[in-house]
Design a protein around this ligand. Sequence first.
Ligand code: MTE
Ligand code: HPA
Ligand code: MOS
Length: 762
Amino acid sequence: MTKDIKQGIAKSMKNIDSANHVTGKSIYVDDIPVRVGTLYACAYGSPMAHGKIKNVDTKAAAEHAGVYSIITHKDIPGENQIGGIIQDEPLLAEGEVHFQGQPIVLVIAETEAIAHAAVKKIKVEIDPLPVIVDPREAFAKGELLSTPRTFSLGDTKKAFAKCAHVFEGQAESGGQEHLYIETQGAYAYPTEHGSVRISSSTQGPTQVQRATAKVLGLPMNKVEVDVTRLGGGFGGKEDQATPWGAMAALAAFVLQRPIKYVLHRMEDMKMTGKRNPYTSDYKIGLDKDLKIVALESTYYQNGGAAADLSPAILERTLFHLNNSYFIPNVQATANSCRTNLPPNTAFRGFGGPQGMFVIEAAIAHAAKELGVDAIDIQRKNLLAEGDEFPYGQIAEGCEAINCWDEAVERYDLEKIKKEVVAFNEKNTQFKKGLSLMPICFGISFTNTQMNNARALVHVYSDGSVGVSTGAIEMGQGVNTKMVQVAAEIFGLDPKRVKLESTNTTRVANTSPSAASATADLNGKALAIACNDILARLKKVAQDNLGHDEKTAIEIKHETVFANNKKTKLTWHELVQAAFMARVNLSAKGHYATPRINFDKTKEKGHPFAYHVYGTAITVATVDCVRGTYEFDCVKLVHDFGASMNRIIDLGQTEGGLVQGIGWMTMEELMYNKEGRLLSNALSTYKVPDIYAVPREIDVHFLNTDNPNLAIFRSKAVGEPPLMYGIGAYFAIRNAVESFNPKAKMAYSAPITPEKVLMGLYS
Ligand code: MTE
Ligand code: HPA
Ligand code: MOS
């Protein structure tokens, strides 16, 4: 099972959806042909961030021509509760509102335009309550979403007493809008026996199913959720697709009509949560040789108005507080703070990047004070085989130093350094900055229980194969990888394999597609199912060829091999023979990651199946008159294990990197003191375009022979590359400091051109 992929064809296989994507044939929720009688929903969101609801006047909206019905919390047949980890979030506000845009009323109308127009006629009176948007203020007032968590290793008190150098400071990182191209949405209709079927743009079909069942007061078997694919999720649809699915289902169930609700971009931006902003304190101690001896840190996570996934995100911040470094003494506490913003949520990296930014800021701070290059501190402290993470896991198959040294040599860091210095000596208006960014990311859901998956495989009597898993395709290419798994194990042309939609009636109790673990978990479940069928087919082949059970049977390129000799028996004939012999040609597979565990009472264990490593070199050029910048290059070495699909993995690496650069540099979420989102459109919220992409991106695949628990040893790639983007922040800072060595700049991301300009002339 852990063997690498063998079929050469599969390793360079194109994404199975690419042709349909570029010709507009791929189906998203908004493309599903609607049924006769379909009605359209639109939610009225709270105009205030915090207050008591005094009166809800829906009369004018109800009388608006074309409005079919108005739905409030009173119409909910089950429980008005959609909270996942903590039951603290109503589907429709009841009594109080806790963020601007919180859904209060659902308008159902004959067209989408009518629904939107009628929503504007709703009048809600709210008695305002104090609004908190700052996590430190929330913390001071005791507004916490969950119990604070503390990770510790060694003894920081003793360690600091012996440190040659100690530095303290603050670091902040901002939120991030997911900006999936497909907005949130769902299409639901009633089915027989009081059931309901939902097509949802969700990373977590089971989450939508579970929450909807609760809201409707139904058992889960009466709620079917189906997902073809998403036009992007990036974590924003791990938990936050649920309310829209549940709202559409609620209306469909109550009114017994098909209901469609696809959000407009500005509704989506205003009503949904984003990456959690963080503000943190650090105290770092180094010895005279620049070894990091101790770190004390406190993280204040801006959780928004409900827990959503924030407690789990908080945990991953702690798991990544040391990034790719070994720190023998650690004392770190993380607080999830309740504010009156939309509940913040998962976003690629899931709290990891926020933790990693803090240690990188602490190192940069120390380097600056000591007058040394941050690169020297970073290199000296890289994790090595056998080192202990603050949560007790031991680094095994550690590639931190290999990736770093490979990047330094392969890309000739010394030459890059010299070029930057020479450029900066010659130029006054433009300055270049260089940074190195090592990464280390743990693969597995931080919640051990979630690390399992299922798959269902049918081999049809004509030899074609149908595959269902719990994996959701959201652009990351997981469906292509699933095709590869089945084709590889059966020895087939991938064209024989069809990936079915992800559906809760075929594959139940799924974990969301998240944590970068989708291909590992579902791929391994699929491999188990395929191997099950293959074992039966091998027996049929032995019988059919007149061989005994000792004969080694293999299927390669759709042909049966016996003891390494090609036979006349083809895949098609073999399947037919099996069918005639009444052999079961279907199988279910279930996979649960072995070995992983975590004891929350001790905050110790072995939570990750493995870690992914890498190092990026970034060079930025800053225009010291304008404060603008661009990236000359990002050159990185990334640990792919044994990539099973280099094109897809390269796409994930480049996409993640650019998304990380966006978060660190230009994407600036602005809420005012009343909790209103000011950056509520693409005119005020800037995301990377082609001009923001580094002029050169080099990705070197570090292929390693170490065993690992990844599917075909092809390591998870979805999230880790985002963290290379942190290098962009420090490259820009270094350029600014070369223009103005006395620059006073807080460690505050994103480093927008405005902040650069202030730094240049501070
Ligand atoms: N890539 C694309 N194109 N679209 C996405 O929505 N989501 C990211 C990453 N890459 C995403 C993506 C996130 S947040 C995760 S957790 C992983 O893909 C999920 O898929 P995987 O587990 O198959 O890597
Ligand atoms: N990543 C994404 N989602 C999660 C995780 C995680 O590590 N843990 C629990 N839900
Ligand atoms: Mo990804 S943030 O785990 O959906």
